[in-house]
Design a protein around this ligand. Structure first.
Ligand code: NAP
Ligand code: GCO
Length: 265
């Protein structure tokens, strides 16, 4: 049956930072496809609230607190998941932060913090999870990239550096692990309505005009738009897709932009 292509029954999923926003949307869609959903976060309160939110969707989420930048905590966390739930079949490296500060004003420690969470952590978690996938002879890794994997823009140097690196870390994971039937891909969301973008989206922020001008779909993306794309990359339907960044951006990368009022056919 064609729908079997997207059946994730009995697959163990880990979504890092999966307690809200894009991560929760990904966990919810994959959970509704039958997967056993595991989410981590650095906040017990966020995990408790997330467990209730997943339950409201009929998903019994396994929650665990650990900081994805802490190699020892990641090792202990993955070992706990492997013991309590099972070997991870699908890893979504979603946890991420952003600091919007011009280079000349950004402390080096802040730059390093963003690189730690957004680039080094996916390396740490991927390196820890892959051996189980190799032993199983199958696996899916999805790295949450960005428009900033291909663009820079004022004030997001650390974030763009990390997300640009994550695009090529994805390629390198593919090169080393594809022979083990592990498909490693990225998702490059456009501008999505979450807590992370609230400061540049809400309250009449002028950035909203830029997003509308650059996005042919003429809307902010919703977290579910990313969850749906993740289902494809997590499923049997993408067995020969590897090292690819799937941009889910409403057409941003296809568009240079337009002047309001012109060509508004
Ligand atoms: P978000 O609302 O800020 O959620 C990020 C999640 O990561 C939160 O649950 C956060 O936990 C968690 N996290 C942060 N640092 C962590 C750490 N050290 N260890 C474990 N968990 C940690 O962001 P989002 O908008 O949903 O974005 C999710 C991912 O998509 C990020 O990688 C982001 O860069 C990427 N992305 C977002 C957009 C967008 O437009 N929103 C576009 C492209 C890419 P706490 O809340 O407890 O800190
Ligand atoms: C920003 C935004 C973006 C989005 C996303 C775009 O300040 O430009 O936060 O970086 O988060 O990464 O794809």
């Amino acid at each position: 049956m064609i729908q079997d292509l997207f059946d994730l029954k009995d697959k163990v999923v880990l979504v890092t930072g999966g307690t809200h926003g894009i991560g929760m949307a990904v966990g919810t869609v994959l959970g509704k496809a039958g997967a056993k959903i595991c989410v981590n976060d650095i906040s017990e309160d966020a995990l408790a609230k997330a467990k209730e939110a997943y339950a409201a969707e009929g998903i019994d989420a396994y929650t665990l607190i650990f900081n994805v930048t802490d190699e020892a905590a990641v090792d202990a966390g993955i070992s706990q998941i492997e013991k309590d739930v099972g070997t991870i079949d699908i890893l979504v490296n979603n946890a991420g932060i952003i600091k919007r500060v011009p280079i000349l004003d950004m402390p080096v420690d802040d730059y390093k913090m963003v690189i730690d969470v957004d680039l080094i952590a996916p390396f740490i978690v991927g390196k820890r999870v892959a051996p189980g996938m190799i032993e199983k002879g199958a696996g899916k890794i999805i790295n949450m990239c960005s428009m900033m994997s291909v663009y820079g823009r004022n004030s997001v140097s650390a974030y763009a550096s990390a997300k640009g690196g994550l695009k090529l870390l994805t390629a390198n994971m593919c090169c080393e692990w594809a022979k083990h039937n592990i498909q490693v891909n990225g998702i490059g969301p456009g501008y999505i309505a979450t807590a992370q973008t609230a400061p540049i989206r809400e309250g009449g922020h002028p950035f909203n005009d830029l997003v509308m001008m650059r996005t042919p779909a003429n809307r902010w993306g919703e977290p579910e738009d990313i969850g749906n794309a993740a289902l494809f990359l997590a499923s049997k339907a993408s067995q020969f897709v590897n090292g690819h960044i799937l941009y889910v951006d409403g057409g941003i990368l296809a568009n240079f932009g337009y002047v309001k009022g012109e060509n508004d056919a």
